[in-house]
Design a protein around this ligand. Structure first.
Ligand SMILES: Nc1ncnc2c1ncn2[C@@H]1O[C@H](COP(=O)(O)OP(=O)(O)OP(=O)(O)O)[C@@H](O)[C@H]1O
Ligand SMILES: Nc1nc2c(ncn2[C@@H]2O[C@H](COP(=O)(O)O)[C@@H](O)[C@H]2O)c(=O)[nH]1
Length: 185
């Protein structure tokens, strides 16, 4: 019997390894469909429009919101991020599984509008390791790292709102666990 279509939301503090885990999962299982969000954040070196994000300016983001084109959106550490609604609904309606990688505020909004969604929290092995990963990534200025760590304290305190927690000690192990959850009946 085919597994039923499922919306899976992966959240967790900035730097915990969400993108790394999802990239590993999709390399081994290219059939896993990940929603590409819109953001007002500037691209990091190597990021491409339409691949990691749809990079838009404030005016374009305002239009997406005004036209109801976002399933959810949130402001995170000084930038706005949102999930394009149509692409997600098309896949769910076609019976396919969908993966969203979004922040806590977005996860709460999805839970409110689509209670059947499965919410997965990715946790760091320790606070010190989270700081090491976020700092070691080398993509944000020190003041942005501070903002993201402040948000991380709030996100870690909300872990109990999620259906499942996965601890990101090993990228390989946790991506296999995530796939198993997505395929779970
Ligand atoms: N299991 C792991 N062990 C060691 N380092 C890891 C692990 N997972 C991810 N990392 C490293 O941690 C850093 C942050 O990872 P990543 O960018 O995937 O985090 P993120 O949760 O997507 O962050 P953000 O929410 O800010 O986009 C990267 O340098 C990545 O290589
Ligand atoms: N609510 C939403 N959050 C999103 C979305 N896309 C990404 N994110 C989250 O934003 C932060 C920061 O991401 P970064 O790429 O700037 O490091 C992180 O927690 C992402 O998961 C979205 O569409 N909606």
């Amino acid at each position: 019997m085919a597994h039923r279509p499922r919306l899976t939301v992966l959240s967790g503090p900035s730097g915990v390894g969400k993108s790394t885990v999802v990239a590993h999962l999709r390399k081994e299982h290219p059939e896993v469909w990940l929603s590409v969000s819109a953001t007002t954040r500037a691209p990091r070196p190597g990021e491409k429009h339409g691949v990691q994000y749809f990079f838009v300016d404030d005016e374009e983001f305002d239009k997406l919101v005004a036209n109801g084109e976002l399933l959810e959106w949130a402001e995170f550490a000084g930038n706005r991020y949102g999930t394009p609604r149509r692409a997600v609904l098309d896949r769910l309606e076609a019976g396919e599984s969908v993966l969203l990688e979004i922040d806590l505020q977005g996860a709460r909004l999805v839970r409110a509008s689509m209670p059947e969604a499965r919410l997965v929290f990715l946790a760091p092995p320790s606070w010190e390791e989270l700081v090491r990963r976020l700092t070691g990534r080398g993509t944000e200025a020190p003041e942005v790292i501070e903002r993201r760590l402040a948000a991380a304290r709030t996100e870690l305190a909300a872990e109990s709102e999620f259906d499942t927690t996965l601890v990101n000690t090993s990228v390989q192990d946790v991506s296999a666990e995530l796939l198993a959850l997505m395929n779970d009946e």
